[in-house]
Design a protein around this ligand. Structure first.
Ligand SMILES: *Cc1c(COP(=O)(O)O)cnc(C)c1O
Length: 400
C-alpha cells in the first residue's frame, strides 16, 4: 500500500494551506492564492527528485501516458511496443491516441525484453513503452540503446516504480519521457493523480498545452487572454492533489527504506526454501521494494506452493492468472470491445499493420509468469506480522 499508509499530519498541513486560501485550481487567481502554488511546487520537487528538467502534474497515471504519447506525436496508423505483462492502462493509453499496441515478450526481470524489440518492430513502429513492473527496473539501458539504434522513442511507464532507480539514476528519466501514477495504491499517492517527466523541452511544452485545452500559460496575461496553437483537453492536477504529493514525496525515501527492510526479512526466509529463486533485478540497490517476486522451477510447483502459503495466511499473486495485468487474460481487449461501436483504432484504414495477441507469441511470459509468485510489501509491518509470515512460509515449505 505504501504512501497511503503514511498519510498524516504533514499531508493535513499541506492540504490546509490550500483550503485556507480556498483556491483549488493550479492556474490563475494569482492575487487570491497568497503565493500558494502546490502543484507547481510538487512538480519542481518531483523533477528535482528524478533528475529531469521538467515535470507536469496530471490527473492519473493513465492520462499521463496519453499525454506523453500525444506530446511525442504518436497517433493513428502508428504502432507502439508494449510488454505483455503490464496493467491494462498502458494498452488503453496507446489506443486512446489512436495507435495500436503491439504485445512484446518479457525477460527474467519480468519486464520488456530488449531482444524482442527488433523482432516486433515494423515500418509503423514509433515507440516502445518499457514498464517497470512491481517496483523494479527493466533492462532499461539496453532497451534505450536498441530503441535509439532503431529510431524509436522511449516512454517509460513508471507507475509502479516511483523512487526506484538503475545505477543511481531514477527510473522514468532514461527514456524520452516517463510517467507516474499517484492513485491510491501506488508508492506515492494523491488519491488520484499522475506525473509526466522529460528532459525534452518540446515534449514538455506540448504536454503542458495538451493537458489544459491548449493554454500556453503565458505569465504576462490573464488566463482568459492566453494563446494556443493546438487543441487539447483537461487533465489538470488540482491544488489538493499537489499538496498531498508534496508531503508524500518528502516521505518517499523513508518509505522505500522501510520496505527494503521488510522485504529483506521475508527474502531471507524464502531463500531457505528449496527450489525458490528470486526475480532478476538489473540493479538490486535501486529496487523500491514495493513487491517481492520469486519463482519455482515449474508452474505446478509454484501453484502448489501458492496454495500452501494461502492456507497459512500468506497471500501471493500469480500474474499469469491475474485478470488485469496480463494481455492473454483480457477477453474484452482480445475481442476489440472498444467503448466506441466502430472498434476504433483497430478498424482504422490508416493502420496498415497486423496486430496479434496470441499466447504462443510470448513464450517467455507464459513460462516465467506462470512460475512466479508476487507478494506485496508494506511500509508498516510489525515484527509480529513478519514472524507470522516467516512461520507461514516455513510451514508451507514443509508441506511441499
Ligand atoms: C496504476 C498503473 C497505471 C495507471 O495509473 P492510474 O493512476 O491508476 O490511472 C498505468 N500503468 C501501470 C503499470 C500501473 O500500474
Amino acid at each position: 500500500m505504501a504512501g497511503a499508509e503514511l498519510i498524516g499530519k504533514e499531508e493535513i498541513k499541506e492540504v490546509m494551506d490550500v483550503l485556507e486560501t480556498g483556491i483549488l485550481m493550479r492556474y490563475g487567481f494569482d492575487k487570491e492564492r497568497k503565493g500558494i502554488y502546490k502543484v507547481r511546487e510538487f512538480e519542481e520537487a518531483f523533477a528535482k527528485y528524478c533528475g529531469t528538467d521538467y515535470a507536469l502534474g496530471v490527473t492519473s497515471g493513465s492520462t499521463a501516458l496519453q499525454i506523453a504519447l500525444t506530446a511525442m506525436d504518436i497517433g493513428p496508423g502508428d504502432e507502439v511496443l508494449v510488454p505483455a505483462f503490464t496493467f491494462l492502462a498502458t494498452y488503453e493509453a496507446v489506443m486512446e491516441v489512436g495507435a495500436i499496441p503491439i504485445m512484446v515478450d518479457i525477460d527474467d526481470t519480468l519486464n520488456l525484453d530488449p531482444n524482442e524489440i527488433e523482432k516486433k518492430k515494423t515500418p509503423y513502429t514509433k515507440a516502445v513503452i518499457p514498464v517497470h513492473m512491481c517496483g523494479s527496473a527493466a533492462n532499461i539501458d539496453k532497451i534505450v540503446e536498441v530503441a535509439r539504434r532503431n529510431k524509436l522513442l522511449v516512454l517509460e511507464d513508471n507507475a509502479q516504480g516511483c523512487g526506484a532507480s538503475f545505477q543511481g539514476k531514477k527510473l522514468g528519466s532514461f527514456g524520452d519521457m516517463g510517467t507516474f501514477s499517484f492513485d491510491y495504491v501506488k508508492t506515492v499517492t494523491t488519491g488520484e493523480g499522475g506525473m509526466v517527466i522529460t528532459n525534452n523541452k518540446e515534449f514538455y511544452l506540448r504536454s503542458e498545452w495538451y493537458h489544459d485545452h491548449g493554454h500556453d500559460h503565458n505569465p504576462k496575461v490573464s488566463r482568459a487572454l492566453e494563446g494556443r496553437t493546438l487543441l487539447g483537453f483537461n487533465f489538470r492536477m488540482n491544488e489538493l492533489q499537489g499538496a498531498l504529493g508534496l508531503a508524500q514525496l518528502r516521505k518517499l525515501d523513508y518509505l522505500i527504506g522501510e520496505q527494503k527492510k521488510n522485504k529483506k526479512f521475508i527474502m531471507d526466509v524464502l531463500a531457505n526454501v528449496p527450489d525458490v529463486k528470486f526475480r532478476v533485478k538489473p540493479d538490486p540497490e535501486g529496487d523500491s521494494a514495493t513487491f517481492l517476486a520469486f519463482n519455482m522451477p515449474s508452474e505446478d510447483q509454484a501453484q502448489k506452493f501458492q496454495n500452501l502459503l494461502a492456507a497459512e495466511g500468506v497471500d501471493t499473486v500469480c500474474y499469469k492468472r491475474n485478470l488485469w495485468h496480463y494481455v492473454p487474460n483480457w477477453e474484452h481487449f482480445l475481442a476489440k470491445s472498444t467503448a466506441n461501436s466502430k472498434q476504433y483504432p483497430f478498424s482504422n484504414p490508416a493502420y496498415k499493420g497486423k496486430a496479434e495477441y496470441k499466447r504462443e507469441n510470448i513464450p517467455q511470459a507464459e513460462d516465467i509468469l506462470g512460475r512466479t509468485l508476487v507478494m506485496g510489501i508494506s511500509v508498516k509491518m510489525s515484527q509480529e506480522k513478519l514472524d507470522s509470515i516467516r512461520k507461514g512460509i516455513e510451514q508451507a515449505a514443509k508441506n511441499m
